[in-house]
Design a protein around this ligand. Structure first.
Ligand code: SF4
Length: 192
């Protein structure tokens, strides 16, 4: 039997840059350098849903974490994650290895180590404070809402799964870190 029995979960836009907010993306469709690395290692891929696309569509504005930090957004995130969790439980119970989740640093939804934060919201036409508001955007060391809910739901289901992220401001550096993450996840699973 040729299957590796190893699986990784990728944020949706790693396999489909078209789901990102218009104007953003450092690659055209699939981030080939990263997926190629995963494919060459014989690892299977589960593509996570894109919560922002499914809630706000392709014409959405860019947001900050605070705008998604609502009970409704969190509830919808949990609904999107549940079918994935069911698969992970089944795979785990059948001896498959879940190597981890690769998110997108900087995203208000899928950030793992870094997300964007700011005092955004409200009507912006004729808003003299608009430029100030845009400029109060900052990156903070925290996860996005979708990843926060994913971590919670994994814990609730006794799924011990590690997280790492792609940082589009440094794609090559990120890919090197992800390589190390995959090596570590593999040796961790072999020890268990
Ligand atoms: S980072 Fe997450 S929410 Fe943003 S486009 Fe990618 S998958 Fe969608």
């Amino acid at each position: 039997m040729k299957r590796s029995r190893e699986i990784i979960l990728l944020s949706h836009c790693i396999l489909n840059a078209n789901s990102k907010v218009e104007g953003l993306s450092e690659y055209s469709g699939v981030l080939f350098e990263l997926t190629n690395l995963i494919i060459k290692r014989g690892i299977g891929i589960i593509q996570l849903p894109c919560p922002e696309m499914l809630m706000y569509g392709i014409k959405r504005w860019g947001h900050v974490k605070e705008q998604f930090d609502t009970p409704y957004f969190r509830e919808k995130c949990r609904k999107l994650i549940q079918p994935i969790v069911n698969q992970l439980i089944d795979y785990k119970n059948s001896g498959y290895k879940i190597l981890g989740v690769i998110g997108i640093d900087g995203s208000p939804s899928c950030g793992v180590n870094k997300t964007c934060s700011g005092n955004w919201g409200g009507e912006f036409l004729n808003n003299k404070l608009l430029v100030d508001k845009i400029h109060n955007l900052k990156f903070i060391n925290a996860s996005g809402i979708f990843i926060e809910e994913m971590k919670k739901i994994f814990r609730e289901n006794n799924l011990s799964i590690s997280f790492t992220a792609l940082d589009e401001t440094n794609i090559n550096g990120s890919i090197n870190k992800i390589k190390e993450f995959l090596d570590k996840s593999k040796s961790f699973e072999e020890e268990m």
